[in-house]
Design a protein around this ligand. Structure first.
Ligand code: MGD
Ligand code: MGD
Ligand code: SF4
Ligand code: MO
Length: 666
């Protein structure tokens, strides 16, 4: 038995350092180490039980080629050579017949860093000239809003929440999604900090908060605008800060003036005194930090809502002190390192298609139609909106579907060719934290089971088969890493840090002070409160679009994260059936009791599952977690069958929380 050091690259803000016990190439145990400031020796249950995932029955071990009808579950095992020949020849045929843009790579970052997300796969599809993918499942609206206002200015480091006197969690649930932030919040509270939570449900931290503001899903925009308006009206705006560091102040004030606290409270269906208390508490507290999560971006007003929440610390002058300001994603901070030199192929001008509208794309895209979908790092049959149409289209006999996967996901089940993929710990990964501002090199420490190959091994082989390798191309993980650092600004210094302890900090350190150490990366280094580009994109930034509920479909469905999975990753291990959580009042009105079989439906689709009464939900809001698999419901659909293909106002973001549904006993 040996102990090796690695890190967790899963889609989680915390970026834990890991100690992995290995026996004969097999992972035996994984625990947390103390290299990262957040991990502090403990890790989540998901990764503690990673061996269930790595060595479970659902692992894909060999290349498999479909023999029956699509989705029928009939396969034959193939050699890698045979499978790669098939994939290469189908791609060549489609290219010759219809042009390269008939091929669509389909991928998200589910659990990945630079080496599996953006290296040889990117080179392969660029050189092939395939269609480009707009990756909009997550954080597209928040990224657009943050970049528009602040560029890539780092936010407050999660460990600096310890210094805050007021912590505002807005549409975020760290108890499940960033567990290491919870003890930091607790320490701050012991030192006297107040906690406010904006969330339609009573999350574990909302239960302990000084103020819980249970906004109706999608109504954060009017709430944030009314708070901005009240800060100005009551003389709480920091005029000196705004004069020096902000642009479009009057325009923001003008747009916010459309919302009184009363009007916003009505729209959000909350008691106006809660908003009033918040305004005074926020104005009086420093350091005060706002942590918007990803709960408020996933609706038609989402981008504007995030932008408005991010404008608050500028309006109230909360920057410049440790623990004051905001934290959105810190993954974007100015690392100066880019993998572009290692990719060695510039972006193409082929058409760009929005991943969140997959069903629609497969039906409507022409000139050329999509004939090949190449899926990696993603499980769209479970995670994409408009699931009924997505599955219907994936079943199409004239669509060639390749899936590179670790386990037999819902998407793999619908493929023509399934290729076995390594998991982290079995391949090297380079990962920036998006909560903690650090970078880890997570080396391969275990032997891949079966014939699993990493993304770079797969796409390297395809580059070769299709004659797309050029002299001097970096082909292996080690070569890709070396090239990335050699040709990036400050790369040598970062590389030296990584080589020493597999952890690195960006050039400005891991907890810079905004407006002291770092500034917005906008051209004038000011925060832009109504950026023109966003105003154009949203057809009016901060302009509220009314709630989509109707008499027929009155309930707002949200689909937050499970503590036991990362989106659909690890979903094969879940045995509990899909449940729709409902408030006691909504259940009683429909004569539904806990555990009753129900159906949930709207114009998009239907899910047959069981009811779970949850007193932490407010009336009018129902919840079905994200990441469930088709096997979890009685009719093979999940929350995504109820999610419309419409988008948020910024970034092309999927509007998961725009689903309005009806529920009845089944
Ligand atoms: N254990 C675990 N950790 C994860 C993940 C996971 O699946 N499981 N996923 C990872 C990924 S991919 C992401 S993007 C992050 C997500 O991290 P979070 O943003 O924390 O995750 P969510 O659970 O999607 O949403 C947070 C909260 O938003 C609330 N909410 C929903 N709609 C609204 C709204 O309109 N307004 C407001 N104010 N609140 C709303 C929900 O009730 C929920 O409590 O977590 C990452 N970490
Ligand atoms: N209803 C609803 N649906 C949602 C959301 C929601 O709020 N509501 N939120 C969404 C969010 S926040 C996100 S981030 C998306 C995530 O959706 P997806 O991008 O589909 O992510 P995962 O569900 O984590 O699935 C990632 C898959 O990639 C595979 N994988 C992991 N590492 C590798 C690798 O190195 N190579 C290859 N080839 N495969 C690998 C895993 O085995 C896993 O099956 O889901 C979205 N779906
Ligand atoms: S998923 Fe998050 S909490 Fe769990 S080990 Fe990975 S980084 Fe740590
Ligand atoms: Mo996400």
């Amino acid at each position: 038995m040996e102990q090796r050091s690695s890190a967790c690259p899963l889609d989680c803000p915390d970026l834990c350092g890991l100690t992995v016990s290995i026996d004969n190439g097999k992972v035996i145990e994984v625990t947390g180490d103390r290299r990262g400031p957040l991990t502090d020796g403990f890790i989540c249950g998901k990764v503690r039980k990673i061996t269930d995932h790595l060595y479970g029955d659902d692992r894909v071990l060999h290349p498999m080629i479909r023999t029956g009808a699509k989705g029928e579950g009939k396969w034959r095992q193939a050699t890698w050579d045979e499978a790669l020949d098939l994939v290469a020849s189908r791609i060549s045929e489609i290219r010759a017949k219809s042009g390269s843009s008939a091929i669509l790579p389909y991928h998200y970052g589910g659990s990945n860093g630079w080496l599996t997300e953006g290296a040889l796969a990117t080179r392969f599809f660029r050189r092939l000239g395939s269609s480009n993918l707009d990756r909009t499942f997550c954080a597209a609206a928040t990224t657009a809003a943050t970049r528009g206002l602040y560029g890539v200015m780092p936010g407050v480091a999660l460990e600096d929440y310890a210094h805050a006197k007021l912590i505002v969690l807005w549409g975020v649930n760290p108890s499940a999604t960033s567990i290491h932030l919870v003890p930091v919040i607790e320490r701050a509270r012991e030192a006297g900090a107040k906690l406010v939570v904006f969330d339609p449900r009573r999350t574990p931290l909302a239960r302990r908060a000084d103020l819980h503001i249970p906004v109706r899903p999608g109504a954060d925009l009017p709430v944030a605008m009314a708070i901005i308006n009240a800060l100005f009206e009551r003389g709480h705006a920091d005029r000196a800060f705004l004069a020096e560091h902000a642009a479009e102040v009057d325009e923001l004030r003008k747009r916010a003036a459309a919302w009184s606290l009363e009007a916003a409270a009505r729209e959000a269906n909350v008691d106006v005194s809660l908003l009033d208390q918040f305004v005074e508490l926020y104005a009086a507290s420093s350091p005060a930090v706002i942590r918007p999560g990803w709960g408020l971006e996933r609706n038609r007003n989402g981008g504007s809502a995030v932008a408005a929440a991010l404008a608050l610390p500028a309006v109230a002058g909360k920057f410049g002190v440790r623990g004051g300001g905001f934290t959105m994603s810190n993954g974007d901070v100015n690392w100066t390192v880019t993998p572009e030199s290692a990719i060695a192929e510039p972006p193409t001008s082929q058409r760009t298609l929005n991943m969140s509208q997959l069903g629609k794309l497969l039906v409507e895209t022409t000139d050329p139609r999509i004939e090949c979908l190449f899926v990696y790092n993603c499980n769209p049959a479970a995670t994409a909106p408009d699931q009924r149409r997505v599955i219907e289209q994936l079943r199409r006999e004239d669509l060639f579907v390749v899936v590179h996967e670790q386990v037999w996901t819902d998407t793999a089940q619908l493929a023509d060719v399934v290729l076995p993929c390594t998991a982290f710990l079995e391949h090297r990964e380079l990962r920036r934290g998006y909560g903690t501002m650090r970078m880890f090199d997570s080396p391969a420490v275990a032997t891949p089971p079966g014939e699993a190959r990493s993304n770079n091994a797969l796409f390297g082989a395809l580059l070769e088969r299709l004659g797309l390798v050029r002299p001097g191309d970096a082909m292996t993980d080690d070569e890709l890493v070396a090239k990335t650092f050699a040709e990036s600004e400050h790369g040598a210094a970062l590389k030296a840090q990584l080589d020493k302890g597999t952890i690195a900090e960006p050039p400005h350190g891991s907890h810079p002070l905004a407006f002291v150490d770092t500034f917005p990366t906008t051209p004038d280094r000011k925060v832009h409160l109504v950026p023109e580009s966003l105003d154009r994109e949203a057809s009016g930034l901060y302009v509220y679009k009314p709630d989509p509920r109707t008499d027929e479909f009155p309930l707002a469905m949200i689909s937050p994260a499970l503590s036991t999975q990362i989106s659909s990753y690890f979903g094969q291990l879940r045995t509990a059936p899909a449940a729709l959580e409902m408030s006691p009042a909504d259940a009683a009105a429909r004569k539904i009791v806990n555990g009753a079989p129900i159906r949930v439906w709207n114009a998009q689709g239907e899910v047959r599952c069981i009811a779970k009464i949850n007193a932490d939900l407010r009336e009018g809001v129902v919840l079905m977690p994200k990441g469930l698999w088709r096997k979890h419901s009685r009719n093979g659909y999940t929350s995504n069958a109820l999610i419309p293909p419409g988008l948020a106002d910024l970034g092309g973001q999927a509007a998961y929380n725009d689903a309005r549904v009806q529920v009845a006993l089944d």
